[in-house]
Design a protein around this ligand. Structure first.
Ligand code: 26Q
Length: 817
């Protein structure tokens, strides 16, 4: 008789233990007695995957039935973080899995520590994509995430003896991954290069010069309590091997093998730039590769086996969200398929395309906008360039019809002067454009895409970012999660985060405040232990943990934070500030710099050396410490955020599109010091102005100052500021060498492109207010509680609901609990 099928939700602890032992034996070839943490990690992962398999298959079947329009999320980056803890949480039987592992004699935390996170993204945009697929699965929205399976993710950051960032390759697949599944049944072909010919019947046809295999690697995306498991499909490039190698002579053989390596280079490495556009051919190859493979996949999924599908129904089957401009070439690809392959006329093709795509913009920095050299694009994708030229002409025509002036039409040109503007293409050839926070969406309409917004106002909308509370609260902060669950009486808040509001009434309950403070303190103790273990650095859990974690960029102003630290140091040294009454502080930085961004790398070096000097100065009695977390990533974020008292969100107003760590901090009960930028605005509105330390210029102030900004005048008139910059210039942080940081100090005094000097005084003053506020521990804790209680809005579940309502116009599958 058949072995009884185990229903995953009803599996017992004993059965789980048997399954784990079986997985050890079958997939690792070891007995329980032989198994180490690594074996156990793979075995538990395998068993948890198996538990999710039925739901995965069922979710896919329901998605493809096509009764509910699906979402295709197109993103060049997914910054996933570790998989095992999240998969266990969403397995339906987390306690049983935990108990089973324990009873087999293993420490689950140690087993989970084995996992290397897939760092397939740079920062905010990539992490947002990961939060969104989590929420799509949790809300039972039929969806597929499409992206790139980079062999090397974001580099591993090390510091050398001088404090410089050194980039090490991140070969995250060194020991394989139990979470991915190569799906050869759904492989695609992607062409590049070559020429366009006109066929006998007058049609244009692209003859690519070479082809690649696109192999999908599928990841499960388990929803929380939804009974649904979505799919993340990441494409990997391989060479097409269609010649008989044996007929080649030796040199041709070697060329053929070279071709293989070259093909595989497409998905070899993630570009580590996140704020300046790099117009590299390989980058465009990556973009087209994953866009084309994803579109072909979706068409074959929704029209299986059909040679002449009715593509007019395509936008009713799936809607594609373009995560920034990185996948925008998909627009030209769909046009090509519709016209050249399926025989539609231009107007029909364009209407289908427009209804299929929507575009999310994540920036305001002009240098971050993708503008491709037409020559490069024409060599790689000649037919696509032709189509883009046509779209560009259509756009100009349509803009004129809507009453745009010739000058405005010129400014809005998608293709001109040998350049292709991807943001403009996405805006014209899709249905909706959204920014990622209220202020950002407004600035898009007022500045970056103003001409378009004036002409097509209804195209523009806002969807404020969000973060998944499963990873960033439940998994990152189990203590606070338990307190919240006990206080609210259920765990429902985890997929209905507005329920956190129920904590508000305990904000003045001393019992509750004590528990909340105790949670924070324990998290700080844990973090200090972890730091000691991993970096050998000792910090005091009784000091204030003041954290700034994000990519290193001048607009984010890590330099301003550093100037404040140095000014404090100077004051403490000179006795201007009394060390005995000084509130002990641990300033925590975490940041990677793009390898080619010299100023960012110099700032990293300086932070490390300020840390060296400050931490080793006995005069400070250990009361001011600076630590720089090496290789900041999702895994370390999950440890730092719950332990933080003060969160630094200090970008120049108008530069940070949204920010998302600000949301994670607020949910976890940290208090923010920040400017009126990005989502800070909305966070402050919700948690209350009295629970948020606001400082600095507003967007209007920045605009006024722009053009006649003179940073030197601030330097000369503010002794703290001058003292801090002079200390750097004196060689205090470079063993007496005054040249090491010359570029840094000169840049601030003479250019200061992000106006750190203009905001410095207010920043110093607000830090004094913060120090005073922190003295009243209960009042501080109360602020933290009110941050947690009022940040329910910032769940990515709400962001996804906004996309459903404002952009995708679709809904969910029934939840299968
Ligand atoms: C583009 C071309 C070539 C190479 C790289 C890139 C590239 C890669 C990544 C350009 C930009 C990025 C990432 C941008 C990013 O992370 N932006 C952030 O997005 C977050 C989510 O919306 C916001 O919260 C942040 O404010 C925004 O900076």
């Amino acid at each position: 008789s058949q072995k009884e099928h185990i229903v995953s939700d009803e599996i017992t602890r004993e059965q789980l233990k048997d399954e784990i032992i079986a997985a050890l034996r079958h997939s690792r070839g070891v007995s329980l007695a032989e198994a180490n943490n690594e074996d156990m990690y793979v075995a538990v992962s395998t068993v948890v995957r198996n538990l999710l398999a039925d739901k995965w298959i069922e979710t896919r079947e329901d998605t493809l039935k096509g009764n509910t329009k699906a979402v295709g999320y197109l993103s060049a980056e997914y910054l996933l973080g570790t998989q095992l803890p999240n998969a266990i949480l969403n397995s339906g039987v987390p306690q049983k899995v935990e108990a089973a592992v324990k009873e087999l004699g293993f420490d689950l935390n140690a087993v989970e520590d084995v996992e290397v996170e897939p760092g397939l993204g740079n920062g905010g945009l990539g992490r947002l994509a990961a939060c969104f697929i989590d929420s799509l699965a949790t809300k039972a929205v039929p969806a597929i995430g499409y992206g790139i399976r980079y062999t090397y993710g974001i580099f591993r950051q090390e510091f050398d003896k001088d404090g410089n960032q050194v980039e090490r390759p991140d070969y995250w697949l060194y020991k394989g991954s139990p979470w991915e599944q190569a799906n050869y049944r759904r492989e695609q072909r992607v062409g590049m290069g070559g020429v366009v010919v006109t066929t006998k019947d007058g049609k244009r046809e692209w003859k690519p010069a070479w082809q690649f295999r696109a192999i999908p690697y599928d990841y499960m995306v388990p929803g929380y309590e939804s009974g649904r498991v979505g799919t993340l499909r990441l494409w990997s490039a391989k060479a097409v091997d269609e010649f008989d190698l044996l007929t080649f002579n030796r040199s041709q053989y070697e060329d053929a093998v070279k071709g293989q390596t070259w093909a595989e280079s497409i998905t070899k490495v993630l570009y580590p730039e996140d704020s300046t556009y790099v117009g590299k051919q390989l980058r465009l190859e990556q973009q087209y590769f994953f866009s084309a493979a994803s579109l072909a996949d979706a068409i074959s999924l929704f029209y299986p086996g059909e040679e002449h599908p009715d593509m007019t129904t395509f936008p009713d089957k799936i809607t594609f969200q373009l995560n920034d401009t990185h996948p925008v070439i998909a627009i030209a690809e769909l046009m090509r398929l519709l016209i050249d392959k399926y025989g539609y006329d231009w107007d029909t093709a364009f209407s289908i395309t427009q209804r299929t795509f929507n575009y999310t913009c994540h920036t305001l920095l002009p240098e971050a906008l993708e503008v491709w050299d037409a020559k490069l694009m024409g060599e790689l994708l000649p037919r696509h360039l032709e189509i883009i030229e046509q779209i560009s002409d259509w756009a100009a025509h349509d803009q004129a019809k809507h009453g745009a002036s010739p000058e405005a039409i010129e400014r809005m040109r998608i293709y001109s002067n040998g350049r292709v503007r991807m943001a403009y293409l996405a805006t014209m050839a899709g249905s909706h454009v959204n920014g990622v926070a209220e202020l950002h969406s407004q600035l898009l309409k007022d500045i970056t895409l103003k001409d378009f917004a004036d002409l097509y106002p209804s195209k523009f909308t806002n969807v404020t970012n969000g973060v998944t509370p499963r990873r960033f609260m439940r998994l990152a902060n189990p203590r606070l999660s338990e307190l919240v669950t006990k206080t609210l009486g259920s765990e429902e808040w985890l997929n209905d985060l507005e329920q956190l509001k129920g904590l508000e009434k305990y904000a003045d309950d001393p019992q509750f405040l004590k528990k909340f403070a105790e949670v924070k303190h324990q998290n700080k103790v844990d973090f200090a232990d972890w730091l000691k273990r991993t970096q050998g650095v000792e910090i005091d859990p009784n000091s204030m943990f003041d954290t700034m974690i994000k990519r290193l960029h001048e607009y984010k102003r890590q330099s301003m934070k550093l100037l404040q630290v140095i000014a404090l140091y100077n004051q403490l040294k000179s006795g201007q500030r009394d060390i005995n009454t000084f509130q002990a502080r641990t300033v925590i930085f975490g940041a990677k710099a793009a390898p080619g961004y010299a100023m960012a790398k110099l700032t990293i070096r300086l932070i490390n050396n300020v840390a060296r000097v400050v931490n080793n100065d006995p005069a400070l009695q250990g009361k001011l410490r600076v630590v720089f977390i090496e290789n900041y990533n999702v895994t370390s974020a999950q440890r730092i955020i719950p332990a933080t008292d003060l969160d630094e969100q200090i970008s120049l107003a108008g530069k940070e599109a949204s920010g998302t760590s600000n949301m994670k901090f607020a949910i976890n009960g940290a208090v923010t010091v920040g400017t009126l930028d990005g989502a800070n605005v909305e966070i402050r509105e919700r948690v209350g102005a009295e629970n948020f330390f606001l400082f600095g210029m507003k967007v209007e102030d920045v605009e006024k100052l722009d053009g006649n900004y003179n940073p030197r005048s601030y330097y000369e008139s503010d002794p703290d500021l001058k003292g801090a910059i002079d200390a750097i210039a004196s060689g205090m942080f470079s063993y007496g060498d005054p040249n090491t940081y010359k570029e840094f100090t000169e840049n601030l005094i003479n250019k200061d492109p992000f106006m750190a000097l203009a905001d410095f005084r207010e920043y110093m003053d607000i830090q004094d207010k913060i120090e005073a506020a922190y003295q009243d521990k209960q009042a501080w804790t109360r602020m933290g509680v009110l941050n947690t209680a009022n940040s329910g809005f910032f769940t990515s579940d709400r962001s996804i609901q906004d996309y459903l309502d404002r952009v995708w116009m679709t809904g969910s599958l029934p939840q299968h609990k």
